[in-house]
Design a protein around this ligand. Structure first.
Ligand code: SF4
Length: 204
């Protein structure tokens, strides 16, 4: 069975791909088959845009207020398909907020600047900043793009503030990210025009 959508609180989450250019040491994919009781999020194959729309369309959006592209992988690995689904969602449920949870590496994945693609289709971009330190980022996120990844992620975030109303950069609270590193991350966000969100640490 393929879990294309699942729900968390008042949000419908979309799981369109398991691909990701990173191999984060903390990745939930390494810890089990699913998150939040969602059922298995490993996909035997990637769902088509039509299958994804059908799955979303089966949800009752008088109850759910947000659509989140997240999944068990990096959603911008399928940027064109993601945008096609977002376009459908915008047209069919214009009052539902659309968010993309991303590692911010879509420019490197696509090989071109991508922030403008989200204009008018996405309300919130939540980008994993993780750390203020490029060397630490490399050690923890292990991106296949190597040292190019961290600056590309920051550039994408800065670009995105021109096209997406709410650009959020996330770090995990202590003990993962020290308070002093959180302040350094806050300064990075201020420079880029994004806002910092410190996510609670969830021990296993
Ligand atoms: S970017 Fe996300 S999906 Fe990819 S390895 Fe890191 S935590 Fe996992």
């Amino acid at each position: 069975m393929m879990t294309i959508t699942y729900t968390v609180g008042n949000a419908v989450y979309v799981n369109m791909t398991n691909r990701c250019p990173c191999a984060c040491t903390f990745c939930l994919r390494a810890n089990g088959p699913g998150v939040y009781g969602s059922g298995p999020l490993w996909l035997d194959r990637e769902p088509t845009v039509g299958e994804t729309v059908e799955s979303i369309g089966g949800r009752d959006f008088s109850v759910f207020r947000e659509l989140v592209f997240c999944g068990y992988g990096e959603p911008t690995e399928r940027l064109d398909d993601l945008l096609a689904v977002a376009r459908w969602m915008r047209a069919s449920h214009p009052d539902v907020k659309i968010r993309v949870n991303t590692n911010g590496l879509s420019d490197l994945i696509a090989g071109r600047p991508t922030a403008a693609d989200f204009k008018g289709l996405v309300d919130v971009l939540s980008i994993s900043l993780n750390t203020p330190d490029p060397a630490e980022y490399l050690r923890v996120c292990r991106p296949k793009f190597g040292e190019a990844a961290y600056p590309a992620m920051l550039k994408f975030a800065g670009d995105a503030t021109r096209f997406v109303p709410d650009v959020v950069m996330t770090v995990v609270d202590e003990p993962v990210t020290s308070k002093s590193d959180q302040e350094r991350c806050r300064a990075i966000c201020e420079r880029l025009g994004a806002r910092l969100r410190v996510r609670p640490y969830e021990s296993k």
